[in-house]
Ligand binder design. Structure first.
Ligand code: 5GP
Ligand code: ZN
Length: 131
């Protein structure tokens, strides 16, 4: 039995506040939003993360975001920007590929960084990456 929570959202056994759906994807409201209008875009086919994502789907997601979701968010929520986050491995709670769409507004003070004291000097990291 598939106990993936997002597969259950797709088959309707877990309800969701869906704002867009077609044969390939579903876009619905995150149950625990970190921004006003925080949405999740998921493929209907279960894939784990970016390592299993094919080019065709990636382009499809981009086009839906550009042509359907962003215009709708601009019209209905007057968004001024859209921050896109997609977790893989550590940091990914639900192991069904999903894109976080986070509406942005001037002065919303969103923070997207690890704890400031854990940020190492850029030169140290660059040295590691360049070895
Ligand atoms: P991740 O940490 O995997 O990138 O994010 C998973 C997201 O899924 C979280 O933001 C969490 O609030 C959301 N989420 C988890 N379970 C459910 C659910 O049953 N319904 C909805 N709408 N969102 C969920
Ligand atoms: Zn799934």
């Amino acid at each position: 039995m598939n106990d993936c929570v997002f597969c259950k959202i797709i088959d309707g056994s877990i309800p969701s506040k869906t704002i867009y759906e077609d044969e390939k994807i579903k876009v619905f409201m995150d149950i625990n939003p970190v921004a006003n209008g925080h949405l999740l875009l998921i493929p209907k086919k279960h894939i784990k993360d970016i390592t299993e994502l094919d080019d065709e789907n990636l382009i499809y997601f981009k086009n839906i975001i550009n042509n359907k979701i962003t215009p709708m968010l601009k019209e209905k929520l007057n968004i001024e920007g859209l921050t896109i986050i997609q977790n893989n491995g550590y940091g990914q709670e639900v192991k069904h590929y999903h894109i976080h769409l986070l509406p942005r507004y001037q002065n919303d003070n969103m923070e997207t960084r690890i704890e400031k004291e854990n940020i190492k000097n850029v030169d140290l990291i660059y040295e590691e990456l360049s070895k």
